[in-house]
Ligand binder design. Structure first.
Ligand code: PLP
Length: 374
């Protein structure tokens, strides 16, 4: 089976080996928040364990959490989403897998942004499906355009995007969805980085269509990566099918994670989470400035998520070797563009700024010194 390794995980493992030998590594490769889960959420999880709520839950998740997510759509987006259409999953990854499987049934072709989140293509491969890369670049702000839907049956949209931080405006998203609808292209919208945006809040495709499958979860904005909890919003006609998939494949999402997640929607907790976004924003401004000063160009300022996709063509035409050497020689962890596809990806690397400003400063200092030796 042709599944490529998730290079960022390889880099992380090598970084851990160096650290075990006492070497200090500045991590800018990891794709998860550096902040712990809010204490109120942890407490809610512990409380559920104290109450011995350790059994399987409903396969689609506990009703209270599905309702809480429905209220969140109303409060944060002004959208009316019936809790029956909200299905909780063990992380958003299994939700993506299910969505891709449902829509690619019968040999349909999945259109994936390139560069884009590497697991999409590996999930399609794992499911025996077919995909087509949709090249995105700086000229279009790393966004898919309507004419690129030729030959595509299913479109995966990811806004804010990994690895570029691109965020589609409401108009851009509406335009793309209009085209998808007119061509009968099914849409999977991976909205896992919603909540982490720096100018306009991200628009959900649910504003335009109830026919798409929307993927979201508690890993990024809600700071709960290790709890493994995600959700999907599915078209009404698919509720029963997705419920059966959840019953057979997942049994149910982790119980403690679900009870903990209920606390995420408290106003005081949401306020804490929004503060973290302000912190990310300061880090973004710092790192984009530092990289541009070094000639690692960031031509499109990321508007969401916690990644910067920088051009390294001034120094190399091999982003993999560049990232490898940066780790071994400068002790900084970064992810080579080649992890994210094939479209010019040898000329880019991704920096994650899910790390403190002090550590990012240290990382940029090391990078500057190392570049001077090349
Ligand atoms: C774009 C994108 N989608 C989905 C995921 C998976 O997240 P989860 O922890 O919810 O499985 C990630 C994780 O990095 C991601 O970057």
């Amino acid at each position: 089976m042709e599944i490529t390794s998730f290079i960022v995980m390889d880099i992380l493992e090598r970084a851990k080996e160096l650290e075990a030998r006492g070497i200090d590594v500045v991590h800018m490769e990891v794709g998860e928040p550096d902040f712990p889960t809010p204490p109120e959420v942890i407490e809610a999880g512990i409380e559920s364990l104290r109450h011995r709520l350790t059994a399987y839950t409903q396969s689609v998740g506990i009703p209270r959490l599905r309702e809480a997510i429905s209220c969140y759509y109303r409060d944060a987006y002004g959208l009316d989403v019936d809790p029956d259409r909200i299905i909780l999953t063990p992380g958003s990854s299994p939700a993506l897998l299910a969505a891709i499987r449902i829509f690619t049934e019968g040999g349909k072709v999945c259109g994936l942004p390139d560069p884009g989140y590497p697991c999409y293509k590996n999930m399609v491969r794992f499911l025996g499906g077919r995909f087509r890369s949709l090249p995105v670049d700086e000229d279009t702000g790393f966004k898919v355009l309507r004419h690129q839907l030729d030959g595509v049956d299913v479109l995966v949209i990811n806004s804010p995007a990994n690895p570029t931080g691109a965020v589609y405006s409401r108009e851009e998203l509406g335009d793309l969805l209009e085209e998808a609808q007119s061509r009968g292209v099914a849409v999977i919208s991976d909205e896992i980085y919603h909540g982490i945006t720096y100018s306009e809040p991200a628009t959900s495709v649910l504003e335009f269509t109830q026919d798409a499958i929307v993927i979201n979860g508690f890993s990024k904005f809600f700071l709960m990566t290790g709890w493994r909890l995600g959700w999907m919003v599915v078209p009404r006609r698919m509720v029963r099918l997705v419920q059966s998939i959840a019953q057979n494949l997942f049994i149910c999402p982790p119980a403690a994670a679900q009870y903990a997640a209920l606390a995420c929607f408290r106003e005081d907790v949401l306020a804490q989470l929004r503060e973290k976004v302000e912190i990310y924003c300061k880090r973004r401004d710092f790192i984009v400035g530092a990289l541009n000063d070094m000639g690692l160009e960031v031509r499109v300022t990321p508007q969401g998520a916690f990644y910067v996709y920088a051009r390294v063509s001034r120094y190399t035409r091999d982003s993999f070797l560049f990232a490898k050497r940066a780790l071994e020689e400068a002790h900084i962890g970064i992810t080579p563009g080649v992890d994210f596809g094939e479209n010019q990806t040898h000329l880019y690397v991704r920096f994650s700024y899910a790390n403190t400003l002090d550590r990012l400063r240290e990382g940029m200092d090391r990078l500057r010194d190392w570049l001077a030796t090349l």
